[in-house]
Design a protein around this ligand. Structure first.
Ligand code: HEM
Length: 328
């Protein structure tokens, strides 16, 4: 996760200073793994660091996949390790395609194919982080030995809001990626109100509309996360997961602050890059909380003291009021 965070920041910073095309070739940089001048030229340093970090994440993913395959008894988890490796390779290819397609159109205003690959590469990064989080979660003691922190079966409403929260955040991040790669981050230059002094924009061109939708998405995401986290706080069975809920609300506040700062500083690259990285953390922690709440809770059947090896899974929702009967 630490390595992936460095990689995310390097990728976000490269895009923020528009250095994605510092090298016109791929997978090598100016036909070399150690191109001339990459430590002194800022654009080259950003892009080449991003490539090197990506390569090393690939190596780490190979180690993880092999290790998981050899040491893990659960088949699904072994596949998760392999899936993560496949995703990292695919992500590298998407990044490479973005460079190779953009090279054909240097200097033109629109290059839809390259922009599409850039957006896919941005979303692939989020998916990679989520797979990594899933692997870490299902291999953790919390998941294996402590029932994912659950005290009883989780109400179906809470489970539903977890899925909605992850979905809304994914859409919000997609809007952010489209906006960023269409160069529309400052299509509306004031925040929280638009240039009209109200909430609606002055026109509905594509850059303005996507920018406005990203703001609307932030409001929807805020409401959704508040509902999801309040349900986690309000339910006895998820009381041990409240800290994670608190972290999500903290990240949400930081994320909105960084979004505002990105506008107010006219897209300072550090602000914009941190906004992207915290966005990924917000999605990852919401995904983690949703995943934890989806763990099947095992309870011992009557007389289980004689046979503690055969626990019975509870199928949710198993209580009419939606709250656990705490039969565990
Ligand atoms: C839940 C809230 C939010 C989330 C999850 C979120 C997520 C993101 C992400 C992930 C990106 C970068 C996409 C990429 O390049 O891959 C982005 C871009 C951006 N976001 Fe947000 N965002 C949120 C709220 C806001 C708010 C409240 C503002 C304030 C107006 C804002 C302003 C921006 C701007 C200006 C960019 C483009 C930066 C650039 O062009 O370099 N965001 N957002």
């Amino acid at each position: 996760m630490c390595w992936a965070t460095l990689l995310l920041y390097a990728g976000a910073y490269t895009t923020s200073i528009q250095a994605g095309m510092a090298f016109l070739d791929w997978p090598l940089s100016n036909s070399s793994i150690n191109p001339d001048g990459w430590l002194t030229n800022e654009d080259m340093r950003a892009e080449h660091s991003h490539r090197l970090l990506g390569m090393k994440l690939g190596l780490l993913a190979i180690v993880l996949a092999v290790w998981t395959y050899l040491r893990e008894a659960r088949r699904g988890v072994r596949w998760l390790g392999i899936g993560l490796l496949g995703m990292v390779i695919f992500q590298g290819l998407l990044g490479g395609m973005r460079v190779l397609f953009d090279r054909l159109n240097i200097g033109t205003d629109h290059n839809l194919i390259a922009q599409t690959f850039a957006v896919l590469h941005a979303m692939g990064a989020e998916l990679t982080v989520c797979l990594l989080v899933a692997l870490a979660v299902v291999c953790s003691r919390l998941w294996i030995e402590r029932n994912a922190g659950l005290v009883g079966p989780v109400p179906s409403g809470l489970l539903r809001w977890g899925k909605i929260a992850v979905g809304v955040l994914a859409v919000q991040i997609l809007l952010g990626a489209i906006m960023r790669h269409a160069g529309a981050g400052l299509a509306i230059q004031t925040f929280p109100l638009t240039e009209t002094g109200g909430l609606l924009p002055r026109a509905w061109t594509f850059p303005i509309t996507i920018n406005w939708l990203h703001r609307l998405g932030a409001a929807v995401a805020t409401i959704t996360l508040l509902v999801f986290v309040s349900k986690v706080y309000g339910s006895a069975c998820t009381r041990r997961l409240r800290g994670l809920g608190g972290l999500i609300l903290f990240l949400l506040a930081v994320q909105i602050g960084l979004g505002a700062a990105t506008i107010w500083t006219h897209k300072n690259p550090v602000m914009a890059s941190n906004h992207m990285v915290v966005g990924a953390f917000l999605l990852a922690s919401t995904w983690m909380l949703a995943l934890l709440t989806h763990k099947t809770v095992y309870v011992a059947p009557p007389g289980a003291a004689k046979n503690p090896q055969s626990p019975t899974p509870i199928h949710r929702p198993n209580s009419p009021q939606g709250e656990p009967s705490l039969n565990s």
